[in-house]
Structure formats: structure tokens, C-alpha cells
Ligand binder design. Structure first.
Ligand code: ADP
Ligand code: MG
Length: 440
């Protein structure tokens, strides 16, 4: 099946080969024709399956063929995303796919000055890609109007909800016209998210590609059991021995990221960092340098784990396991994209066995263990079984509560990283989009 047979118009068909898109991916084959007819859509597809172009192409086509030109400060299609990096990236796809079309697109997110964003909204936009908080700020300042809005896309929708954007989203949805096309997509979909989606979408086409909550099958995953205090040493050892050309390393906390990045830089590696305390330009610069191959190692918190597309990235290493199992899927989904192969290695210590069991339950497979003889842990990582069972509990691990996690959200946070604040507070009550949630 070709892009032409999906009903795309000539200017888009001319552009696709320029982007290296020769044949549509499975999710694109299913999504594009029905989106072109204006249907609502719920997409659950593994990471790297081409969802972005899957919605960008039909959205651009509909905006080109339908409706009056955009009025001042108005927006005809709105794409909401959870993070700034993803906003840039999704906007990049809209710009690339729409290069032959006379449409105005722009991106808006927090952490940078709002004035230029207000200026670019003044003549009106066909497509605005935004994070929810900044969009509301813009609306409060009368910089954006939604009466012309016809299309709403929520990318990484589940993440937006569990990142605590529920209140912003409630507020936004109340501002949007009811007559519109709505699309929700993500790699992971919990049942409660599906329920919420049911409230937002009208008679949606539901597309599910491959098993939900799984990474691309082309990613080879395993873990190395290691004592917490030797993780950094093990990472450095592997980096040198395996001569890793390019690696994206995840750590749960900002401090953990800083520390590893500094250690690497001191040893002469070209390493960069991305976490929420860094100014936005620095975050984007690090990402761009990594994408351009100028950095060998990029160390990041989970702010970088969703949706980022790094062409040909061969390897993801988890210096520690994420607070919520879904993040594991997103972290390792940074590799093995668009059919390429990839590797994902997790350095796991005894305290992390509950996180490990939760991940294995989510992905419905056990991570193979490859021990490194020189790094055999003193504290064994208890065996796990499918279904989330831990076969032998570790001896009294230190416990800390994640603020707001509730009784069920108790997990062990090691002291590998002194700063126990997770970069992303994932373990939260599922927000309810139906009723506006109260400000805390
Ligand atoms: P997802 O949002 O599903 O995780 P992306 O939309 O970020 O995935 O796409 C993953 C990668 O696949 C990107 O590099 C994108 O440019 C590429 N891609 C998307 N569609 C195609 C296609 N039809 N042919 C080749 N590459 C594609
Ligand atoms: Mg995506």
C-alpha cells in the first residue's frame, strides 16, 4: 500500500520521499484514511511506529482543503504534548510534512519568554503545537482564540494526564468548541485512560498496533544486577569496554543526571545532560548536539523519555529504573525506532526489585539477567516471576514515600542518588477529566 492510495494530496505526496518516507507504516495505513474523513481516533501503538506523521499528514491536508482562512489570534488545529522537547519535535514533523503547503504552524511551551509566542499568534495559526500550561497562559493574556478550532490532537495523552496536566486540560477542553475532530494517541494506555478517552472522543476509530504497553520488538532488552554504589563504575566500565558509539542514559533524578554527566566530562567523554532544572535552551542544545552525533553520551531524566526521536540511536541504558513502569517502555522506545534494531540495558540493584517486577508485569516478559563477573552484587537482586511476583524479598530495604503517591505508590528509593525527588512525579492518582480537579 502506498501513500497515494491513502488519499493524500499531491503536495504531500511530493514531500514524503524528501523525508525518506517511501511506504506508510502500519499505524499510518490505518489512521490516515479515516482521519481524512474527519473521524475521531484513539491510537495505541508502540513507540517509533510513525504516529506523528500519521496524524500530521491528514491534519495538514484537511486544513489545506477545508475551512476559511485563519482569523487573527485564532488557531485551527491544536496539538497538545506533555513536554517541551516533544513540542519541538512534533512541530518539526508538521513543518517538514507541510513544507509544500501554504499553512502557518508554530510551537509554544513554557520556560522561554512568552512575548515572541504572543507575536507569532497575532496573525492566527493553522497549527499550534503546545504544552498545556503555556497555552493557558497565552489564553489568559488573550493571545489565542479557539472559536475557529476544528481539530484537537493529544499526543502522549496518558502521559499528559499522569504528569498532572488534568486541571489544565479540563480548563482547556472547556474553552474549545464541541464541534471538532479529536485524536488521542500514545504508546501506553491504561484502562482508566481509555475510559477518559471515551468521554472526549465521539464514535472513535480505535487503532491498536501490536501488544499495548510493549516496546518495539526490535529492541533487545536485558539487565545487569549490580550493587547500587557500583552502578556508575559499571557504566563507565561498559562504556569503555564495549566502545559504545552513542548511548542515551536515563537516571531518575536531576542530581543523578548531573553527577554522571560531570563524571563523564571529567574523564574526557563528550557528554551532555537534560533535566528539568536546566534552562530550556541548554536542554534543546544538548539534544541537538546528541542528535548531530557531537555528543557520545546524553544523560537524561524522564523528561526526555517520551516521544523523542533520535535517528538511529543504538542503545539506551537505565542507570536506575523509573518510578513508574510505563516510563520504562518509553525510555527504551528511544531506540529501535522505525524498524531499526536497538539495545536497552538496565543496571538493577536489590532495592529496585519491586520496580523491576512491575515493569516485567507491564511488558509481560522477564528481562534476561546477564551478570558482569567483576560486578557481582553483594546484595542479590531477588528473582522475579511473570505476573509481578518477587520470589524472595530483599532484607528490609530502606523505604521512602513518594510524596502524593498514596499507600499503593510505595517504592524503594535507593541512596545511589541522594536527591530522592523523582524528576517526574508519576505515581499519582489517575486524574479525572470529567470533573474539574481541585487546585492543591
Ligand atoms: P511514534 O510517535 O509512533 O513513537 P514517530 O512519529 O516519532 O513515532 O516516528 C518514528 C520515526 O519513524 C521518525 O524518525 C520518523 O521520521 C520515522 N517515520 C515515520 N513514518 C515513516 C515512514 N512512513 N517511513 C519511514 N520512516 C518513517
Ligand atoms: Mg510520538
Amino acid at each position: 500500500m502506498t501513500f497515494a492510495s491513502l488519499g493524500l494530496i499531491e503536495p504531500l505526496l511530493r514531500t514524503l520521499p524528501v523525508l525518506g518516507y517511501i511506504l506508510p507504516t502500519p499505524v499510518q495505513r490505518q489512521a490516515i484514511p479515516s482521519l481524512l474523513t474527519g473521524r475521531d481516533l484513539l491510537v495505541a501503538a508502540q513507540t517509533g511506529s510513525g504516529k506523528t506523521a500519521g496524524f500530521a499528514l491528514p491534519v495538514l491536508q484537511r486544513l489545506t482543503l477545508e475551512g476559511p482562512p485563519v482569523a487573527a489570534n485564532s488557531v485551527r488545529a491544536l496539538v497538545l504534548v506533555p513536554t517541551r522537547e516533544l513540542a519541538e519535535q512534533v512541530h518539526g514533523t508538521f513543518r517538514a510534512c507541510g513544507m509544500e503547503l501554504p499553512l502557518r504552524t508554530a510551537v509554544a511551551y513554557g520556560g522561554v519568554s512568552i512575548n515572541p509566542q504572543m507575536m507569532m499568534l497575532r496573525p492566527g495559526l493553522d497549527v499550534l503545537v503546545a504544552t498545556p500550561g503555556r497555552l493557558l497562559d497565552l489564553h489568559r493574556q488573550n493571545a489565542v482564540r479557539f472559536d475557529q478550532l476544528r481539530i484537537l490532537v493529544l499526543d502522549e495523552a496518558d502521559r499528559m494526564l499522569d504528569l498532572g496536566f488534568a486541571r489544565e486540560l479540563d480548563e482547556l477542553f472547556a474553552l474549545l468548541p464541541k464541534q471538532r475532530q479529536t485524536l488521542l494517541c500514545s504508546a501506553t494506555f491504561s484502562d482508566s485512560i481509555r475510559q477518559i478517552a471515551a468521554g472526549l472522543l465521539r464514535d472513535p476509530l480505535s487503532i491498536e498496533i501490536s501488544a499495548p504497553n510493549s516496546a518495539a520488538p526490535s529492541v533487545e532488552q536485558w539487565l545487569i544486577p549490580v550493587d547500587k554504589k557500583r552502578k556508575v563504575e559499571l557504566f563507565l566500565h561498559l562504556l569503555e569496554r564495549e566502545r559504545w558509539e552513542q548511548v542515551l542514559v536515563f537516571s531518575r533524578t536531576r542530581k543523578g543526571v548531573e553527577r554522571l554527566a560531570e563524571e563523564l566530562q571529567q574523564r574526557g567523554y563528550r557528554a551532555g545532560a537534560i533535566h528539568g532544572d536546566l534552562p530550556q535552551p541548554a536542554r534543546l542544545r544538548a539534544l541537538e548536539q546528541f542528535k548531530a552525533g557531537e555528543l557520545q553520551v546524553l544523560v537524561a531524566t524522564d523528561v526526555a523519555s517520551r516521544g523523542l526521536d533520535i535517528q538511529g540511536l543504538p542503545l539506551v541504558v537505565n542507570l536506575d529504573l523509573p518510578v513508574a513502569p510505563e516510563y520504562y517502555v518509553h525510555r527504551i522506545g528511544r531506540t529501535g525506532r522505525a524498524g531499526a534494531t536497538g539495545e536497552a540495558i538496565s543496571l538493577v540493584c536489590a532495592d529496585e526489585v519491586e520496580q523491576l517486577a512491575a515493569i516485567e508485569m507491564l511488558i509481560r516478559e522477564l528481562l534476561p539477567r546477564h551478570e558482569e563477573p567483576e560486578f557481582s552484587p553483594e546484595h542479590r537482586v531477588p528473582e522475579t516471576a511473570l505476573g509481578g511476583a518477587i520470589l524472595k524479598k530483599p532484607k528490609k530495604p530502606k523505604q521512602k514515600l513518594i510524596p502524593g503517591a498514596g499507600a499503593k505508590g510505595r517504592i524503594h528509593l535507593g541512596n545511589l542518588l541522594d536527591d530522592p525527588r523523582p524528576e517526574v512525579e508519576a505515581v499519582r492518582q489517575m486524574p479525572n477529566l470529567g470533573a474539574p480537579s481541585k487546585k492543591k
